[in-house]
Write a protein that binds this ligand. Structure first.
Ligand code: GLC
Length: 557
C-alpha cells in the first residue's frame, strides 16, 4: 500500500493567504516575493505543496475571489516573473505550488463580463447567466445570494438580470456554453505549463444551474438561500469529467474541489476511480453549527459525537476509493481553537489537540496559515472594522431579522472570515514583522507570544509540536502507518474523547484526544501493552486524559 501512494498523499499542504503572509514592499499587503522568502520556514513544517488563494488581477471585492484576468498576476502581489520565481524556488525545495481556480464566477470587471453586459447579441452575450425580469419587474427567482441580498442584479444596459451566487461583483459564468468551458480549461492549462503542482477548485458545486424557479422562503425576506437551490445539480459531473479530460488528465498533479453540500456518501462520484478530483473538501464536519441555513447569530451547539461521526463517515467513504483532505481551518473559517473547543479551553492545548487529529487521520493534512502557531479569533468593536464581505452580509441579515447590535456582532466575532485573515505573525517587532507599512487588517494583539520568533525556540510551543508530529507523519515506521494505515474509530460512545486506531502490517497507532476541559477517564485496556510515542503533555497516564490532552501510542499486534 505504502509504495503505491502518490507524492501528494504522503505530504502536507500549507494554505497561504498571500495578502496576509509577508509584505516586502511596505504596502501593508503581503506579496509573492514574501512567500518565496519564507519557503525555508514552510519546509520546517514538512510542507510539500502550497495552496495559494487567488493572486490574479482583481478589484478585491471578495479579496481575489473576484478575478478579472485568469492568466495574470495582480500588481499588488508582484509580477509574472515573481510567480515564476516562486514556482522555481519552491520546486528546488521539493514544494509544489497549487493555484486556486475560481470558475463558478468571474469579476464583473472581467473583459468577458464587460462585453457580455453590453447587449443581448454581442459575441459574449451568452457567457453569463442572463434572464428577463418577472412581469412585475422583480428578479427572476427569489434566491438569496451567499453574501446576502438577492442573487440577481439588474443591468440597465441589457435590460436584464444577471445571476450571482456570491456578491453582485461576482457574476456566475454560463457553463452551458462550450466556449466558456474551453476558455476556462485554457486558463488552467496556462498554469500547468508554468509548472504548478495542482489546483484547488473554488465553489465548484454551483456551476450547473437547475431550473430557474422560486424556492420555499426560509426567512422574513421571502427569499431562499441560493445554496439550497443550486448546489450539486444533476448533470454537474458531466461538466466536471470534461474538465478533467481537458486539464487534469496526464499530469502528476493533485486537485481538490471545494464542495460545500456534498455528503460523505456521495464522495465516490467525486473522487477515486470514477471520480473527478483527487480529493474533495466536503464540509460535513465544518458545518455543525449550521444544520439548516447559515445564520451566524443563530449558531447551534453540537455534541462531540457529531464531529466524530462526520469525520468517521468521511474516513470510511475514502477508505478504499479516493482520498481525503484533512482540514479544520481555511480562509473562510474561524480559528479552530475557538470553533471546536469550549470557551474556557487553554488555546495552546486546544491547538495541539487539533494538530494531533489533523496530522494523524488518514488523508492529506492541510495546515492553514497561522494554525501552526495556535492563532485564535479576533473581536473588533463595530462591523465597520471588518473587511470580509460575508461578515457585512451576516450582520445585515441578523439586524433585519431582529437581532440587537450586540447579538449580531457576537455572531461576527465567532464566525467572521477575518478571524483567519489577520496578518501572519513572524516576530515580536512592530506589526509582528509582517509589514513596515500599515497592515491592511489589524495584527492580532497576542503577537508577542504567538509568533514564529517566540515559538521557534520554545519546545512547548504549538509550532514545535506541529514540527514534531509532522515529522512523525513523514519519516520512519510510524509514518507509514499514519500515511497508509486503516482507520478504525474506538470509544465511539464517548462525548469527551475522540479516539481511533490506524493500522498497517501488524502495527497499530492509537490516537486519543480529549476535547473537553475536564479530566476524561477511559478503559485502560485500550492502551495496555502500548508504548507512548508523543502527546501534548510531557507524559501520559494510561486510562486518563487530562483537560484537552492528546496522546499517541503505538503497539504491535
Ligand atoms: C469560496 C471561497 C471564498 C469565496 C467564495 C466565492 O467559498 O473559499 O473565500 O468568497 O468561494 O468565490
Amino acid at each position: 500500500m505504502q509504495g503505491k501512494l502518490k507524492w501528494w498523499q504522503k505530504t502536507l499542504v500549507y494554505q497561504v493567504y498571500p495578502k496576509s503572509f509577508l509584505d516586502t514592499t511596505g504596502s501593508g499587503q503581503g506579496d509573492i516575493p514574501g512567500i518565496t522568502s519564507r519557503l525555508d520556514y514552510l519546509k520546517t513544517l514538512g510542507v510539500g505543496a502550497i495552496w495559494l488563494t487567488p493572486v490574479y488581477p482583481s478589484p478585491m471585492v471578495d479579496n481575489g475571489y473576484d478575478i478579472s484576468d485568469y492568466t495574470a498576476i495582480d500588481p499588488s502581489y508582484g509580477t509574472m516573473e515573481d510567480m515564476e520565481k516562486l514556482i522555481a524556488e519552491a520546486k528546488k525545495r521539493d514544494i509544489r505550488i497549487v493555484m486556486d481556480l475560481v470558475y463558478n464566477h468571474s469579476s464583473d470587471q472581467h473583459a468577458w463580463f464587460q462585453e457580455s453586459k453590453r447587449s443581448r447579441d454581442n459575441a459574449k452575450a451568452d457567457w453569463y447567466i442572463w434572464r428577463d425580469a418577472k412581469p412585475d419587474g422583480s428578479a427572476p427567482t427569489n434566491w438569496r445570494g451567499i453574501f446576502g441580498g438577492s442573487a440577481w442584479t439588474w443591468c440597465e444596459e441589457r435590460q436584464q438580470y444577471y445571476l450571482h451566487t456570491f456578491a453582485k461583483a461576482q457574476p456566475d459564468l454560463n457553463w452551458e456554453n462550450p466556449e466558456v468551458r474551453q476558455a476556462l480549461y485554457d486558463a488552467a492549462n496556462f498554469w500547468l505549463d508554468k509548472g504548478v503542482g495542482g489546483f484547488r477548485i473554488d465553489a465548484i458545486v454551483y456551476i450547473k444551474k437547475p431550473a430557474f424557479v422560486d424556492g420555499e422562503p426560509d426567512g422574513e425576506d421571502g427569499m431562499v438561500g441560493i445554496h439550497e437551490m443550486t448546489h450539486d445539480t444533476p448533470g454537474i459531473l458531466d461538466f466536471l469529467h470534461e474538465f478533467k479530460a481537458n486539464v487534469f488528465d496526464g499530469h502528476d498533479i493533485f486537485t481538490v474541489g471545494e464542495a460545500n453540500g456534498v455528503a460523505p456518501s456521495e464522495l465516490k462520484d467525486w473522487v477515486g476511480e470514477n471520480g473527478v478530483f483527487s480529493m474533495l473538501f466536503e464540509f460535513s464536519h465544518m458545518n455543525l453549527n449550521f444544520p439548516t441555513s447559515e445564520r451566524w447569530y443563530a449558531a447551534e451547539d453540537w455534541p462531540l459525537s457529531k464531529l466524530k461521526g462526520a469525520l468517521t463517515a468521511s474516513q470510511r467513504a475514502t477508505a478504499t476509493n479516493g482520498w481525503y483532505p484533512i482540514f479544520f481551518e481555511n480562509h473562510d473559517q474561524p480559528r479552530c481553537v475557538d470553533k471546536f473547543f469550549p470557551a474556557d479551553a487553554d488555546p495552546i492545548l486546544a491547538a495541539k489537540a487539533m494538530a494531533t487529529v489533523l496530522l494523524t487521520l488518514r488523508g492529506t493534512p492541510f495546515i492553514y496559515e497561522g494554525q501552526e502557531l495556535g492563532y485564535t479569533n479576533v473581536a473588533w468593536d463595530t462591523i465597520d472594522d471588518y473587511n470580509d464581505i460575508s461578515s457585512h452580509g451576516q450582520y445585515a441579515l441578523a439586524r433585519e431579522e431582529g437581532c440587537s447590535h450586540e447579538q449580531a456582532m457576537a455572531g461576527v466575532h465567532r464566525f467572521s472570515r477575518d478571524n483567519a485573515r489577520t496578518p501572519m505573525q513572524w516576530s515580536r517587532s512592530r506589526n509582528a514583522g509582517f509589514t513596515t507599512g500599515t497592515p491592511w487588517l489589524p495584527v492580532h494583539t497576542d503577537y508577542r507570544e504567538c509568533c514564529v520568533e517566540a515559538e521557534a525556540c520554545d519546545e512547548a510551543s504549538v509550532l514545535s509540536y506541529y514540527r514534531r508530529i509532522s515529522r512523525l507523519r513523514r519519516e520512519g515506521e510510524i509514518a507509514q502507518v499514519l500515511q497508509a494505515g486503516t482507520y478504525r474509530e474506538v470509544l465511539a460512545d464517548s462525548e469527551s474523547i475522540y479516539a481511533y486506531e490506524r493500522s498497517l502490517d501488524g502495527k497499530t497507532v492509537i490516537v486519543l484526544v480529549n476535547f473537553t476541559t475536564n479530566n476524561a477517564p477511559y478503559d485502560a485496556a485500550l492502551t495496555e501493552g502500548a508504548k507512548r510515542i508523543d502527546g501534548s503533555y510531557p507524559d501520559s497516564e494510561s486510562g486518563l486524559l487530562r483537560p484537552l490532552e492528546a496522546v499517541i501510542y503505538e503497539k504491535e499486534d
